[in-house]
Design a protein around this ligand. Structure first.
Ligand code: THU
Length: 305
């Protein structure tokens, strides 16, 4: 794919690679540049601020920064200068690299909330915005701004026309993320390492591992450590969790089943032993006749009576 995604943050946004791939393709196609690509780096707010300071002398946070591989003459964009675009060919990538885009994940999340759309959509929009900057567009004058905006809108429409539904995270991908999380386990007492990965209803993933304690009862299971992480990022409902154990298939313990039930959006449990296949079972089957927030009059959005 003529596009390279770099993750400079721990969190992953499910299905983003495919979505951004479609957005980039749409942008380059609309401009009429062939065999072109760009890199998109999903970074922390601090990294983006640091780059803004060192590269542009502006010491403040921003949502997206663009570093074009070529400067097009004023008033001209990539599509009008194919010779210039051809010189951007990078043999190691196999395509013409128009430049780099760096996006602040936390700023994108804030903006998504503000505009009331998904994080994936906001990341898609910021990528399109950057792609057009890399191709020589800017928004200095109202006329230029309107032209750039029109291209962004056409690209977004093209990208979403092509899509059916946002591609969901596969069970295998979630399980792999749980395996990755397992390596952070702190389990010197039982030696039983557990990793977990939650998938939120809005497509975000949150990893967790078990954290043991010399006072054994103070131990936190991998599932609840993932829940803690998710809560702090504002996620409140989950469609799946993958859990992996180092020494045996790690079925969630009773306490974890109860905690997961609190935030379940038809949650499926993907469960296995490290290095082996996994099984998938609905949480409702692991915790039948459950007692949950609805019995105390608490609504889905977490509001009480
Ligand atoms: N453990 C989990 O992390 N999740 C479960 O649902 C079952 C148990 C951990 C806790 C402890 O560190 C180790 O496995 C052995 O009980």
């Amino acid at each position: 794919m003529p596009f390279e995604l770099q993750w400079a943050v721990e969190e992953r946004v499910a299905g983003l690679e495919a979505l951004l791939g479609r957005v980039c393709e749409a942008c380059f196609q609309l401009e009429g540049v062939e065999n072109a690509g760009m890199t998109v780096r999903i970074a922390s707010a601090e990294e983006v601020r640091g780059l803004n300071r060192t590269m542009r002398g502006i010491d403040r946070e921003t949502d997206v920064l663009s570093f074009p591989g070529a400067a097009f003459r004023p008033g001209r964009t990539a599509g009008m200068d194919p010779a210039r675009v051809r010189r951007l060919y990078d043999p190691s990538l196999g395509w013409r690299n128009l430049g780099d885009c760096v996006i602040s994940l936390s700023r994108a999340r804030e903006q998504a909330r503000e505009y009331g759309h998904s994080l994936a959509r906001e990341l898609g929009y910021l990528t399109a915005h950057s792609a057009f900057h890399l191709m020589g567009y800017d928004h200095e004058t109202p006329k230029d701004r309107a032209a750039m905006r029109q291209m962004e809108e056409r690209a977004m429409a093209m990208a979403s026309l092509a899509r059916t539904e946002e591609p969901p995270m596969t069970d295998q991908q979630l399980y792999d993320l749980a395996c990755e999380a397992m390596h952070n386990s702190y389990a010197p007492y039982s030696g039983f390492k557990v990793g977990a990965c939650l998938l939120s209803s809005d497509g975000r993933v949150f990893q967790g591992c078990n954290i043991e304690n010399a006072s054994y009862g103070a131990t936190i299971c991998a599932e609840r450590s993932a829940v803690s992480r998710a809560m702090m990022e504002g996620a409140r409902s989950f469609t799946a969790i993958a859990v992996v154990g180092s020494g045996a298939q790690a079925w969630p313990c009773g306490i974890c089943r109860q905690v997961l039930n609190e935030f379940s959006d038809g949650m499926r449990v993907i469960c296995g032993q490290y290095g082996q296949d996994f099984e998938v079972v609905p949480l409702a089957e692991l915790l039948p006749h459950s007692f949950g927030p609805e019995h105390l009059g608490v609504q889905e959005d977490g509001h009480g009576k």
